[in-house]
Design a binder for this molecule. Structure first.
Ligand code: SF4
Length: 181
């Protein structure tokens, strides 16, 4: 029995008999997008939906992200899920700062994105008040399909990002606005 394997994604480039040429940006983007290592910063119920996303039915491993990291040093996708209290804010920010570039941030659910129903003095009204966010997933809680959609959107970002973006004045200015060096 022969199996016809077709690549799902091939970057733009020039090809001919026995060769394929493309730009370094595209190859690096492709590798990064399909080997994201998430750090799950889960504080409450949204974390349970993430566990379902990791399990066999939704199987995040299909997108190359099955290798979770609980150390910021070996992670490039910070996934924030759940209510973040103001007391927890500095801890989250420290985790973000300890991650090496390039890194991306996914805010999952209403609580992480806006404080959700907890419009109280003790809850941070959105993590983008302390760290930059790349993709927001709406919902309370979002379903695993939405989490997968968020990961796919992060993959689109990583594929299209220039390898020099992190050195640009615009990127540094954005970090400065958060007081991050
Ligand atoms: S958004 Fe809803 S499900 Fe997610 S942590 Fe907040 S209350 Fe829980």
């Amino acid at each position: 029995m022969s199996i016809d394997i077709k690549p799902e994604f091939k970057p733009d480039g020039i090809e001919g008999a026995g060769f394929f040429a493309t730009s370094l940006d595209k190859v690096v983007g492709l590798a990064r997008a399909n080997s994201l290592w998430p750090l799950p910063f889960a504080t409450s119920c949204c974390g349970i939906e993430f566990m379902a996303t990791m399990a066999s039915h939704y199987d995040l491993a299909r997108f190359g992200s099955e290798r979770l990291s609980f150390s910021p040093r070996q992670a490039d996708l910070l996934m924030v899920m759940g209510t973040i209290s103001k007391k927890m804010g500095p801890v989250l920010r420290q985790v973000y700062e300890q991650m090496a570039e390039p890194k991306w941030v996914l805010s999952m659910g209403a609580c992480a994105s806006s404080g959700g129903i907890f419009d109280t003095y003790s809850v941070l009204q959105g993590i983008d008040r302390i760290i930059p966010v790349d993709v927001y997933i709406p919902g309370c809680p979002p379903r695993p399909e939405q989490v997968l959609d968020g990961i796919l959107k992060i993959q689109e970002l990583t594929k299209s990002e220039s390898i020099r973006r992190r050195d640009t004045p615009e990127y540094k200015k954005m970090l400065e606005q958060y007081g991050i060096e």
